[in-house]
Design a protein around this ligand. Structure first.
Ligand SMILES: [Zn+2]
Length: 491
């Protein structure tokens, strides 16, 4: 094993004494070699070094190579070479420093288990239900305060949105320059089955509550991954950009969609290296997503008392031919391996003895990456246009619209993510397309590689018994930190 200096590191990479001591305490590095150039450093500085570092030895630059090699061949797994020049301590690394940093990241996250669980409970207790978009403000404030506590300088980003429903994203940066790896998540949740879902409950390793799986545990994992990268002074040739947005559960129109349209999602001048999204992927990586066109149609009629039904216009009956045509299209789409859900939500009339004046229903078309999104959307909308042409009094509202997107699994970020999952879990993950819409699309459409991988389970997300395993949240924090350390590794 030879000795290798890494020179020219930025002063910003310099770990302070406390960080060095942390590395020694956790046995991440076995010892330090302190190189002085010129050989003599002020006595008081050397004394401080000796006092504060339990491990390590000190020598002049001229003698370091022989001494370091002797030390390595004895017992060391990892050591650091520190060079004092003019009182500054840039630090160089040798052979398996990468492993050393990764052990430090894992140890730093393990030490925060209780804090992570407590933060998840606090986030779940805030009912950021969407629709209708409640309690966003306190959630933004909690995320900001947490970022400050963790050593970051958060910014809020006002999102173009209706004046009576202002929307805010929270952003923070780790590092000053170089390409950005985005840690992107949403803080809104789908409406709860009951208000008790906002009283988080911990049973052993399981935390129950709305948003625990989708995706507040993911936000916590990303926050503490960034914190670990900061506290261990992991050498990054780039930045991590944390971005937490609202309104994902209603399609992102006043969340990521508006930020993207305003050029705020990936700010100009900041080259992006990739994006990670902590959706509940149930252990696999989602590298692609279906597109979606989701509509709400309202057929209009005229109300009348049942005894005078002939004077009314029954909106439900008038909707039936259109619904039948939509159902026939759904069967055809299914035969092609795609999805059209008719009537996910249906409502009509006010009582059994009143002719319904309105019939409202939803239509949710999910388009696979190999289908032509525009052609499929046109085909669907044509059914509504035909019904109107036949005299149906009909209005249609677009609830959400988003395109399919994909990133090849073998992109450098995909490999770094898979390797990191394997390092933590002992097994590489499968890559699969997501059955739903994903905010990875906002990045993938700008040719930025984007993957979803998170602690939650899809099958329990949005359900009445939503939960997450706390240990999975810890694992994901480690996986995000390792992925960032690998993809942004200083050359
Ligand atoms: Zn989600």
């Amino acid at each position: 094993m030879g000795l290798r200096f890494v020179d020219g590191l930025e002063p910003a990479c310099v770990p302070d004494f406390d960080v060095l001591r942390l590395l020694v305490d956790r046995l991440v590095v076995d010892f330090f070699v302190l190189v002085t150039d010129p050989p003599l450093v002020p006595d008081d500085e050397l004394a401080e070094c000796r006092a504060r570092w339990r491990a390590g030895f000190f020598c002049a630059a001229s003698a370091v190579e022989a001494m370091a090699n002797a030390a390595i061949s004895a017992t060391s797994r990892t050591f650091m070479v520190l060079r004092i020049i003019g009182g500054i301590l840039p630090f160089g690394t040798i052979h398996d420093m990468t492993q050393g940093i990764e052990r430090a990241l894992v140890a730093a996250i393990d030490a925060e288990r209780d804090a992570m669980r407590d933060l998840l409970q606090a986030l779940v207790a805030l009912p950021t239900e969407n629709p209708p978009a409640t309690r966003y403000r306190p959630c933004v404030e909690l995320l900001q305060a947490t970022l400050v506590d963790l050593g970051f300088e958060p910014q809020t980003v006002d999102i173009p949105s209706p004046a009576d429903a202002p929307r805010t994203a929270v952003r923070a940066w780790l590092g000053d320059s170089g390409p950005v790896l985005y840690f992107h998540g949403h803080y809104d949740v789908v409406p709860a089955a009951s208000s008790s879902q906002f009283v988080p409950k911990v049973e052993g390793d399981t935390l129950f509550g709305r948003g625990s799986s989708d995706m507040k545990s993911g936000l916590v994992a990303m926050l503490y991954a960034a914190r670990a990268l900061l506290s261990t002074a992991a050498p990054l040739a780039g930045r991590v950009g944390l971005l937490f947005v609202p309104d994902e559960e209603t399609g992102g129109e006043f969340g990521s969609g508006a930020l993207d349209a305003a050029g705020q999602l990936t700010p100009p001048g900041k080259e992006a290296i990739g994006m990670l999204l902590p959706e509940p992927t149930s252990g696999v990586v989602w590298h692609a997503n279906r597109g979606a066109v989701t509509l709400e149609a309202t057929v209009h009629g005229r109300a009348a008392h049942v005894a005078l039904a002939h004077q009314g216009v029954n909106a439900f009956e008038r909707a039936l031919p259109l619904l039948n045509r939509l159902a026939a299209l759904a069967r055809e789409v299914e035969r092609r391996g795609s999805v059209l859900l008719v009537g996910g939500r249906v409502e009509a009339g006010s009582n059994f003895n009143v002719v319904p004046s309105e019939c409202r229903f939803t239509v949710d078309r999910r388009v696979t990456p190999d289908e032509d999104f525009e052609a499929e959307k046109k085909h669907l909308l044509a059914l509504f246009a035909d019904a109107r042409a036949d005299g149906l009094d009909l209005s249609v509202r677009v609830i959400q619209e988003g395109r399919a997107a994909s990133t090849p699994p073998d992109h450098a970020l995909g490999r770094a993510l898979a390797d990191s999952v394997a390092a933590i879990k002992g097994e590489a993950p499968a890559f699969e397309p997501c059955p739903g819409l994903l905010e990875t699309r906002f990045y993938a459409q700008h040719a930025i590689p984007a993957y979803a991988y998170g602690p939650g389970i899809l099958a329990v997300s949005h359900g009445p018994q939503e939960f997450v395993k706390i240990s999975r949240m810890i694992e994901c924090a480690k996986i995000y930190a390792l992925t960032a350390a690998r993809i942004l590794a200083a050359a």
